[in-house]
Structures are given as C-alpha cells and as structure tokens.
Design a binder for this molecule. Sequence first.
Ligand SMILES: Cc1cc2nc3c(=O)[nH]c(=O)nc-3n(C[C@H](O)[C@H](O)[C@H](O)COP(=O)(O)OP(=O)(O)OC[C@H]3O[C@@H](n4cnc5c(N)ncnc54)[C@H](O)[C@@H]3O)c2cc1C
Length: 455
Amino acid sequence: MDLLSGLRSILPDDRISTGGEEIERHSGAIFTYHASRPPDAVVYPESREEVAEVLRFANERGVPVVPFGEGSSLEAHTIPIRGGISVDLGRMDGILEVRPEDFVARVQPGVTHGGLNAALAEHGLFFPVDPGWDASIGGMAGTNASGTNAVRYGAMRDQVLGLEVVLADGTVMRTGGMVMKSSAGYHLTGLFVGSEGTLGVFTEIVLRLYPVPEHILAARAVFPDIEAAGRAAGAVIQTGMQVGRVELVDARTVGAVNVLKGTDYAIAPTLFLEFSGSEAGVGHDVEAARAIAEAHGCERFEFEADEAAREKLWEARHEAGLAIRDLNPDKKPMTTDVCVPLSDLPGALRHARETIEAAGFDGAILGHVGDGNYHAVFPVDPDDATELERAEAVNGEIVDHALACGGTCTGEHGIGSGKIGSLEKEHGDSLPFMRGIKRLADPNGIMNPGKIFEE
Ligand SMILES: Cc1cc2nc3c(=O)[nH]c(=O)nc-3n(C[C@H](O)[C@H](O)[C@H](O)COP(=O)(O)OP(=O)(O)OC[C@H]3O[C@@H](n4cnc5c(N)ncnc54)[C@H](O)[C@@H]3O)c2cc1C
C-alpha cells in the first residue's frame, strides 16, 4: 500500500494534505534561517487512537513522522528533513479537565498557552510558561520551553506532572499523574519533556497551575551599558527576593520594539522587571531592586503603574524577536540561546556583543537574564554561503564561551538539527546513553529523525 492509500485507510480525505499551503506551512519554520523541506503528507488526527494508528502504519514501513504543534520552534525542529508525515496536533486542542482546588489541568497538546490562560482566568488561576509566540502546550513540552516567568516558576519540565504518550509502534503509555510529586520509579515525564518529538507523540498533558498574584508591579531600569544591566540582574536575584520577571533588552532591541509597537522607551540597555505578591511585599521588593539597580549605574528607574502600561510593556517584550526580524525583512534571523551561571552573565553579555560586532553583524541581544539565559539575534542571508558560515562561527564562539563558564548551549530552544554539534561538545559523554534511550523508544528511527543527534 502506498503512503496516501495507507493514510486514507486511517483518516478521512479532508484530514490529509499532500500539496498546497498546508505542505508549505509544515515545510519550514516561522522564525529561522534553516532550509525548508516538504513532508510527503500532513495529517490532522483528532484522537489518541488516530495518532496510534498513524504511527503504527509509519513504523511498519519505516516512514519518518514529525509531530507538529504551532511550528514556532527555532532550530528546525519541525522541518521534515527526511520527508515523511507531519502529524499536526492542532485539532487536539481540548482542555479536558481543570481542577482549581488541586491547581492542576489536563489538556490535549494542541491548546496554546494563550488559549489555556483565557480559560483559566475565571478560576483566578494561570499557567506561567510564556514563550514569545502563542505556542502549543505539546510543542512547549517538546522543547522544554520557558520564557519570561521561568525565573519565578521554572520551565515546562517544572510544570508537566504527567503525560499520555504514543510511542513509535503505537503503544499508548502514561507517565506521572495528577499530583505535585511522586517517587514512583524513573522520572519518565522529565525524560519525555524536551524530547523534541524523537521519542513519541504526547496526546494528553497534565499541568501545574498557579493562583494569579494579588498585586503585580512592573518597572523599567535603564543602564549605560549591557554589562551593568547584567550585573544588576544578577544582584537582584542574589538577594533571594521573589522577583517575577527579569528581562534584558539591549539598545538595538528597544529601538526595534519602539518601531513595531509605537512605544518611546529610552534607547539604551534596559531591564524589564516584574514583582508580584502581597502589596506590602511588592513595595518592599521594588525599593530594594531600585537601590540595587542604582548601585550598578542605573540611570532611570520607572514604574509601569497601571495595568494597561504593564501589559504593553510585556507585549513589547514578547514581540521583541519579531521586531528585530522586521528590521531586516530580506534576511532570516539566527538566534543563540546560551545559559550561563549568573555570576558569569555580565562577562558573557560583553563577549557576545564584542563577538557579533567583530564579525560585522548587526545583532541584538535580549534575554531572560534572571536565569542567566540570553539570545543574540543576528540576521543572515541563508543563500549566501560565506555569510552563513561567518554567522555559524559567531554562534559557535558564543556557545564555546558559555560552555567554558559551565553553561549550556541552549537554555530553552532545544537542539533540533541546528545545535547537534553543540550538544556533542556539551554532552559527548552522555550521548551514547541518550542514543540507547532513543533506540528503546523508537527502534526503527521513525520519530523526527535527524533531530537532537544524527542516527
Ligand atoms: C517570536 C518567537 C519568540 C519565542 N520566544 C520563546 C521564548 O521566550 N521561550 C522559549 O522557550 N521559546 C521561544 N520561542 C520558540 C518556540 O515558541 C518554542 O520552542 C515552543 O515551545 C514551540 O512550540 P510549538 O507549538 O510551535 O511547537 P513546534 O515548533 O510545532 O514543535 C516543537 C517540537 O516539539 C515537538 N512536538 C510538537 N508537538 C508535540 C507533541 N504533541 N508530542 C511530542 N512532540 C511534539 C515537535 O516535533 C518539535 O520537535 C519563540 C519563537 C518565536 C517565533
């Protein structure tokens, strides 16, 4: 049976695409310099049973399968580099259960973090992981995503309490549960979160929820240079105060945001901060943070007092990546994602700035610096082999610097096919173990081949 006839025996025709815009949408990625490659077919399952049948069929024939959420991952994760079937989970977007008294929700993978939070508002609860794209919960679990709230609440791995996973051969398996902790055997939930579609397809996800804080206050602290901003960020965290967000944007990023969002923020390295908790606690924390910022050369410390100004600030921060991309519409962004120990952050930021400038790139730096995680974004022409090589060398140098500090090549974006070499440098000793796990879950190598490592 050929591929199309086989898929037609599982799904109706209107849930299978083999051409046109849908093939195009599943060939590349929203925000990347990586070359695109079309899948042979895109399918839209609506249940775990359909996912299992598609996988069983593909596994018997050795056809590659690429799970697809919103396609916003940044290292070519969803590009079907060996062709095959792109399994789009977008129609499995149900919120199956919210248990407000247990702070838990059970969802299907296609619901986005924006969609989930809209549904949670009536319960006075929220889900904190907030990448700058309205990504799907399945995709966010796939990359162990984080975002601006991670400094307070952690990344996806800290929020996923349990999973329903369909393995390559169609076996359905459950990990974890509905509880806040468990010591029952190996931590398979933690293993599958961040597996980038290489071990199986998530069909249900149990998430931890949080009460919306009683009082929230946002602030902007403007610095003369990026290192001073990095030092201040580290010092704020080192006090142990319950800061909600600590985001760095450099002057280039602020300029781009002002153009995209019509804001008039000072064009200088800036920390966007958020404090939350009781009114008295927030007031105390803000004054302590202001004193720390000023001790590190902060030139201006301003509050976003009302809710509208606060929302605008975070909307501007979330869209900063798109703002930078829009400055060079003819090029594609390359984005680094290193994470370093907090005490190494100021030096790492300076190193990144100098490395980009020395190579002649017009790059911007921004990041979740409260975690030591930052991005250098520089536009490249993927059709210009020399420029691409230069950009990859800059990316490599930034990664090498982070590894020399004891950091990681990726704080939140993952490996995809773009950071395979960096993973080898970082974890060469544990790669054989990772490959062993891959072979156990997916002996025929059909699940998102060519991602995390070459087979
Ligand atoms: C403008 C912009 C800003 C961003 N900001 C951030 C940020 O602040 N923090 C951050 O962490 N990321 C950020 N990202 C990257 C991206 O949003 C995240 O990587 C996100 O987790 C991807 O979700 P997605 O739904 O788009 O998944 P996709 O890109 O569709 O998939 C991601 C990976 O998960 C796998 N996958 C998808 N669904 C499933 C499933 N059901 N079961 C198993 N595997 C699955 C895929 O095969 C793939 O390997 C940003 C991206 C953009 C474009």
